[in-house]
Design a protein around this ligand. Structure first.
Ligand SMILES: [Fe+2]
Length: 315
């Protein structure tokens, strides 16, 4: 920038060629064409304004597992699937994108930067929540292997901001919940419960969705903990009680690498299949969920990704 400025400034004014009236006309015409092209481009990319009472269209994506050093061909497909997801979500013209964690494989600063780079093409606003791969596993009795800790949580928050929040956007209220710290006894956990109790003290005035990584349970509300995939019984009960009190419409999650729906009273529990790699039997499915929130109604539709292959790969 400085170099260019210096070059221009260093040029003697008299060295510039003098402009004829015809040149001036040409320059003016070029200017008009340029302005028209810019206006056209802006019209093409800007989404139409959203009516206040229109249903809210949301893309729920999860488990992108962005990594810088893939070690096998399966992992090399993850970025291709994420690129397809960005493309499809933009084409669906959603109002909002929610990412339910495992943004990265190892939760390093470099991987977080790479994640940001890979999703910057999204045209709708993006809200995030951390997954166990980003900040560590929930703490289980009998071991703290790869468990969540202050250092990893701090790294995530320095990259993306506080890991729990409430945001009113596009006609809904999204409450981001950090499910990985539940039961950790980290100071952040205590602060988050206080925050959730405040936010969910009253029935919601705006349709409210919780976004988190772990589904509260897999098969039944009173299933035991000690499991990698669900939330431990005590924080589960505490969270579902608050969700009921605050009339939460849906709790949105990922983590399972397969789809799952459950219901607790009036609250939908919806887990999306992953973007990176599916774990559902012989025919794993990768994709994302398209949700529509209209008043107190939530509908959803799975959007499978097309098959992707590496360059030169036939299968
Ligand atoms: Fe995952």
């Amino acid at each position: 920038m400085n170099v260019r400025f210096r070059n221009l400034a260093g040029r003697a004014p008299h060295a510039l060629p003098s402009a004829s009236p015809l040149d001036a006309l040409r320059a003016f015409a070029l200017l008009l064409v340029g302005a028209a092209a810019l206006l056209l481009a802006a019209c093409r990319t800007a989404p139409p304004p959203r009516a206040a009472d229109a249903p809210t269209r949301i893309a729920l994506i999860s488990d992108m597992h962005v990594m810088l050093d893939p070690t096998n061909n399966q992992q090399r497909l993850y970025p291709l699937r994420l690129a397809k997801t960005v493309e499809a979500v933009n084409a669906a013209n959603v109002d909002l994108v929610l990412a339910a964690g495992d943004l990265t494989e190892y939760g390093t600063d470099e991987a977080f930067a790479e994640f940001r780079r890979r999703v910057r093409g999204l045209t709708a606003p993006l809200l995030l929540t951390p997954g166990n791969h980003d900040i560590g596993n929930k703490i289980l009795r009998g071991g703290k292997k790869d468990a969540v800790n202050f250092g990893r949580l701090r790294r995530y928050e320095l990259n993306f901001g506080r890991s729990y929040y409430a945001r009113e956007i596009a006609g809904v209220r999204v409450i981001g919940v950090n499910s990985c710290i539940m039961g950790s006894r980290l100071p952040r956990e205590r602060q988050m419960w206080k925050f959730l109790e405040d936010q969910l003290a009253e029935p919601a005035k705006t349709p409210t969705l919780l976004l988190m990584h772990h589904p509260p349970f897999l098969k039944s509300i009173d299933e035991p903990g000690g499991d990698y995939f669900n939330i431990e019984p005590y924080p589960r009960a505490r969270l579902l009680g608050l969700a009921r009190q605050g009339e939460v419409l849906a709790i949105l999650s990922g983590h399972l690498h397969r789809g799952l729906t459950n219901r607790v009273q009036d609250t939908l529990l919806l887990t999306t299949p992953p973007v990176s790699f599916g774990l559902q039997g012989r025919k794993p499915l990768e994709g994302w969920m398209l949700l529509t929130v209209a008043g107190t109604n939530v509908s959803w539709q799975f959007q499978p990704l097309p098959k992707v292959t590496l360059p030169g790969q036939t299968e």
